[in-house]
Structure formats: C-alpha cells, structure tokens
Design a binder for this molecule. Structure first.
Ligand code: SAM
Length: 234
C-alpha cells in the first residue's frame, strides 16, 4: 500500500518539498496503477510502494528544486518510460506543460490511461526522439527537454538539445559514475553549454542534475539517425 499522507509529507519536507493532499492522492493512484500495469507490460523493476515513493516520485520531483523550475515551462520528457520524471513533476507543479515521448508504444498506452485516471493534461508522442526533433512542429519548441536513465550524456545531448529553444535548457538526471566531461564536444556542437552540475543525496546515493543551456541553434544536420549516433558518438 502507498504510504499515508503524514508519512509522505514528512519525507517530502526533508527535501524542502511541500506535499498537498491532492498531490498525495494522485501519487497513490499512480503507484497502484504502475504496480498493476507492470504485470502486463514491463515498466519498472521497482515495485515496492515505499521504494516507488523515493526512487521514482521524490527523485523525479527533486528536479524542480535543483534545476529551479518556475512551474510554467513547456517540458518534453525524452524516453519517459513509465512517466519519469515528468508525470510526478506535473502532479507537483500542475501548471507545467508536459510532452511524453517514448519509442515503445506499450509505455505510451500506459501513460495515456494513467493521465486519464489522474485527470492531468499531457501530450503523448510514440516514436524516436531523433525522428521527432527534426519536424518543424517539435524542433526548438520547448523551454526544457529532460531525460532520466536513457543513454550517456553525449548521446542524450543529440536526442534532447534539438528540442530546446535557444535560451532554454536540457536537464539530465544522472547517477554518480558517468564522466560528463566526455560530452562537452557533443554539447558544444549541438548549440549547448554545460551551465551547472548539482549533486545531492537521495537514500544515501549520490544523484546529479546536469543543466545544459541552449545558447545557439542546433545545426540542421543533427540529430543524425540512430545507427549513426550509435556508431560515431559526437
Ligand atoms: N525515463 C524513465 C525512467 O527514468 O524510469 C525510463 C527509463 S528507460 C531505462 C529508457 C526509456 O527510453 C525506454 O522506455 C525506451 O523505450 C526509451 N528510449 C530509448 N531510446 C529512445 C529514443 N531514441 N527515442 C525515444 N525513446 C527512447
């Protein structure tokens, strides 16, 4: 069972987060539906409700603290999977406008049903990031693109930076191990600039948020197709 309001709000407040009753109710519905649907479609390896609270919900929502979200941004979540980090963020910051993109249609179908249950608005895209960021509808249209646990930072930069307007940001959520300086070349080619790396601890584990500011347009030849990205990382 998902932990009660008192427990959750105490845990949220440890991270400077304030939980409303409405957000708590929605997180409970999300947790139950995630566990139920996970029996049909592989969505997550984390299935204990308390673990879901920390490792999926609080971890996702912490982006708003460490990356200073105002709550009014347009945000595309690249490789969102079961909705992380953008769906918990939308529950916590109801004004944010989220676009959920994933190449696996089964996950997008789950997200459509989930958002209907939660009565939250979202746009859904089934497809590959490198295809959609080439289209005039999505290229350089978002205040923020973000990703958690999708690829290394160099590859992710090619998938995520083309979606961002000049002046916007690409926000990557990472663990402690990756050497992010190896992505500097990719970031620069794609029109970005690593502006901040924030480290924090969640459940005794180091986490990092890397913010990349978009300072110029992405050259039209990027992103390349997935085979080229894989074969010759920038
Ligand atoms: N972001 C979620 C999280 O933190 O739990 C999901 C992470 S899961 C390990 C990676 C997801 O990225 C998968 O759902 C996969 O289908 C998606 N993905 C990988 N490459 C992609 C691409 N090029 N375009 C769109 N989705 C992609």
């Amino acid at each position: 069972m998902f932990p009660d309001f008192d427990f959750c709000s105490k845990e949220f407040s440890k991270y400077g987060l304030e939980l409303t009753e409405d957000a708590h109710k929605k997180l409970g519905i999300y947790c139950d539906f995630l566990i139920e649907y996970n029996n049909l479609v592989n969505l997550t390896a984390i299935t204990d409700p308390v673990d879901i609270l920390y490792k999926h919900f609080i971890d996702s929502i912490l982006m708003c603290n460490y990356a200073d979200l105002s709550g009014n941004e347009t945000l595309i979540d690249v490789g969102t999977g079961a909705g992380f980090p953008s769906v918990p963020l939308k529950i916590y910051l109801p004004e944010i406008k989220i676009t959920l993109l994933d190449s696996l249609n089964k996950r997008i179908e789950f997200l459509k049903k989930l958002c209907e249950k939660l009565e939250i608005e979202a746009e859904f895209i089934h497809g590959r990031a490198e295809d959609f960021s080439k289209t005039s509808e999505y290229r350089e249209k978002f205040d923020i693109s973000c990703a958690r646990a999708v690829a290394n930072l160099s590859t992710l930069s090619e998938l995520c930076i083309p979606f961002v307007k000049v002046g916007g940001r690409f926000i990557s959520m990472k663990g402690p191990s990756e050497d992010i300086t190896s992505a500097n070349n990719a970031v620069e080619i794609l029109g970005g600039n690593v502006s901040r790396e924030t480290k924090y601890v969640l459940e005794n584990k180091e986490r990092r948020i890397i913010e990349i500011k978009k300072i110029s347009q992405t050259p039209t030849k990027y992103p390349r197709n997935s085979a080229q990205i894989k074969k010759k990382p920038l």
